[in-house]
Design a protein around this ligand. Structure first.
Ligand SMILES: [Zn+2]
Length: 125
């Protein structure tokens, strides 16, 4: 089974968001187009480190806003990282089956999906 998609949602006027919305936040048109970002490389726009995290979330937890180029524009995606990052780092999405620990989280484990994407820095190889 391949990893799920990490989708940018686009409207007819070329605005993209992640997550998607019923209506484009910029122009109000329906978002009908999707672009899968899962195999793309993005760039860290900014990041922060949370040291007071909810139960089931690792501590510290580094969160980054990552910008991807889509068509003639960009879309920013908020997500955790697998390790510390710096502004301007190239990163790729990495699928994680459990972003938090369902056993110690507040919500019922079966009530929701726990998987998603983190960003892994792309090192020179
Ligand atoms: Zn729009």
């Amino acid at each position: 089974m391949s990893d799920p998609e990490l989708l940018a949602h686009g409207c007819p006027n070329g605005h993209y968001t992640n997550p998607g919305h019923e209506r484009c936040p910029t122009c109000g048109e329906s978002q009908r187009e999707t672009v899968d970002l899962a195999d793309r490389t993005g760039e860290v726009l900014t990041w922060t480190e949370s040291t007071a995290t909810p139960s089931g979330v690792r501590r510290p937890n580094t969160l980054a806003v990552v910008v991807f180029h889509v068509a003639d524009t960009t879309v920013s995606v908020l997500g955790g990282t697998t390790e510390p990052v710096a502004v301007g780092d190239a990163v790729k999405p990495e699928y994680v089956p459990e972003l938090r620990d369902p056993d110690v989280a507040v919500r019922e484990a079966a009530s929701q999906a726990w998987d998603g994407y983190r960003f892994r820095p792309v090192r020179d190889e």
